[in-house]
Design a binder for this molecule. Structure first.
Ligand SMILES: [Zn+2]
Length: 64
């Protein structure tokens, strides 16, 4: 059973509208926002890896 992330009311799995019928919260937006946050975290981790890799390459390049 899905729950509205804003008001906590139970929402039928057969309720396919994007807005909560109790409080009007945009369910798609809430879900999407959560995913965006996870993606941003992954992207940040990836960026950190790339930076470290570039640093290594840069150090090696300087030794030449
Ligand atoms: Zn709601």
């Amino acid at each position: 059973m899905r729950k509205c992330p804003k008001c906590g009311e139970r929402i039928s799995p057969l309720y396919f509208k994007t807005a909560c019928k109790y409080c009007g919260a945009d369910l798609m937006y809430y879900h999407f926002d959560e995913r965006l946050e996870q993606d941003a975290q992954k992207a940040a981790e990836q960026e950190e890896k790339v930076k470290r890799l570039l640093n290594k390459l840069h150090i090696r390049g300087n030794k030449h």
